[in-house]
Structure formats: structure tokens, C-alpha cells
Ligand binder design. Structure first.
Ligand SMILES: *Cc1c(COP(=O)(O)O)cnc(C)c1O
Length: 233
């Protein structure tokens, strides 16, 4: 018998496949990040046993703990939550950091990565809604960060990440996803190298199918795989 986590993973993968096909895309072009924040390592190991290889955490400390305790298996770890500049060096333990939201942080990460000799992939978190309480860079400031990224020595920016205002229905999220894709297309048309904008990380448990229809290449799914968190994030 597959575990709950294994069967929910199968269901999520099937939904990713169906959403991709509904717009003529291939599920192979979409990476599923299992968001394991607040869940114990045992849950991560179950998902790993079911074939899941990429996991996301939103706190540096909690992520580092799990990274340290799972060196016997081969996981790609994504940091999804806000990163303070003074934790840049520690965050290099992650394989990807999706929450880069300032030139300062980018350069701090680059300097640390150059010194350490290994560099995570970076995504720029974009704040489309101008929400005061959320992190992320306003779209108008993104081109300047991408310029700085092109000059980095060690780290590579590979795309954009979006957390839209919490939607009540999946369709409510669609305009935000579309807006991020259109911005990406506009920046590429304006001369930003395509490899800096290859990935669009958007879509969570409640709306990943809509995000895929709008061009997501990375979806970040927590509760639909692991169950409810019961803890306020
Ligand atoms: C928690 C979290 C997710 C996953 O949310 P679910 O609704 O549980 O799928 C995705 N992205 C980020 C940045 C998160 O913090």
C-alpha cells in the first residue's frame, strides 16, 4: 500500500500532467517542489521514497536542520522564504534560493558563493501587488537587478518567483500569473538574456494548475502533498 504522502504525490503529478496537456505543454517542462516546511524529516523521506527529489523550505534555520539530517539521500533543496543579508552565507547550503529581492542580497550571495566555491541557482521574487507586508521586488526594479546578475561571478539568476495575494479561487490568481509571464516576455524582448529568465516559479496547492496554464515551469506544492500544516506561517 502506498502511504498517504505517496498517493497524494501521485495525484498531484497527475494533475500537473493534465494541466500541462490542457494547454499543449509537457509535464516534463514543469518541476514540482514539495514544500515541506513544518513537516518532519520522516514525511520528507516518505516523499523521497515515492520519487520526489526537490523540496522547499521557507526558513533558513529549519531548512539547514533538515539538510544536515538528510545527507544520506540526494535532495535538491530550495529556499522559498525571505532571506536576510546576514544569513546569505548560511543559505548557500540550499541548491536554489527563490527569494532574492534586492541587488544587495544578490551581491552578498555572489561574494559568499565565490569564496565558498559553490553557488546556488537564484530566482528573483517579484512583488506585483505592491503589498507592504510581503517581500519581493517591484517589477520596475527588476531590470536593474538582472543587470547586476549578469555581472555576478559565481551565482546564476535563472528566473522569477511569485507569491500573489492569497486568492479565494484559483481563477483569481490567473491574472497575476499571466502578468508575470508577460513581464518576463517583455524583458526578454527588451534584451535581457533569456537564460536569466528561464524559470517561472508560480502556483501552490490551491492554484498550481492555473499557474501551469499560464506558463509556470516550477510549482511549489505543500499541503496537497503533506496535508495541512495547522501552523500559521
Ligand atoms: C508554504 C509555501 C508554499 C506552499 O503552499 P501550499 O499552499 O501548502 O501548497 C509555496 N510557496 C511558498 C513561498 C510557501 O511559503
Amino acid at each position: 500500500m502506498p502511504s498517504d504522502i505517496a498517493s497524494r504525490l501521485i495525484a498531484v503529478r497527475a494533475r500537473i500532467d493534465a494541466a500541462a496537456r490542457s494547454v499543449g505543454r509537457s509535464a516534463n517542462d514543469i518541476r514540482l517542489i514539495a514544500v515541506s516546511k513544518t513537516f518532519p524529516l520522516a514525511a520528507i523521506r516518505e516523499a523521497y521514497a515515492a520519487g520526489q527529489r526537490e523540496f522547499g523550505e521557507n526558513k533558513v534555520q529549519e531548512g539547514l536542520q533538515k539538510i544536515t539530517e538528510s545527507t544520506d539521500i540526494s535532495i535538491r533543496w530550495h529556499l522559498l522564504g525571505h532571506l536576510q543579508r546576514n544569513k546569505a552565507r548560511k543559505a548557500l547550503a540550499f541548491h536554489a534560493i527563490q527569494s532574492v529581492d534586492s541587488v544587495d542580497l544578490l551581491q552578498k550571495l555572489d561574494a559568499a558563493a565565490e569564496a565558498d566555491g559553490h553557488a546556488p541557482e537564484l530566482l528573483v521574487q517579484v512583488d506585483l501587488a505592491g503589498e507592504q507586508t510581503k517581500f519581493g521586488l517591484p517589477p520596475a526594479d527588476v531590470p536593474r537587478l538582472l543587470d547586476a546578475a549578469a555581472a555576478c561571478h559565481a551565482v546564476r539568476v535563472v528566473g522569477l518567483m511569485l507569491i500573489p495575494p492569497a486568492p479565494e479561487t484559483p481563477e483569481e490568481a490567473r491574472p497575476w500569473f499571466r502578468q508575470l509571464r508577460e513581464l518576463r516576455d517583455r524583458w526578454i524582448a527588451g534584451g535581457v538574456p533569456e537564460n536569466l529568465l528561464r524559470e517561472l516559479s508560480m502556483g501552490m496547492s490551491g492554484d498550481f494548475e492555473v499557474a501551469i496554464q499560464e506558463g509556470a515551469t516550477i510549482v511549489r506544492v505543500g499541503t496537497a502533498i503533506f496535508g495541512s500544516r495547522y501552523v500559521q506561517q
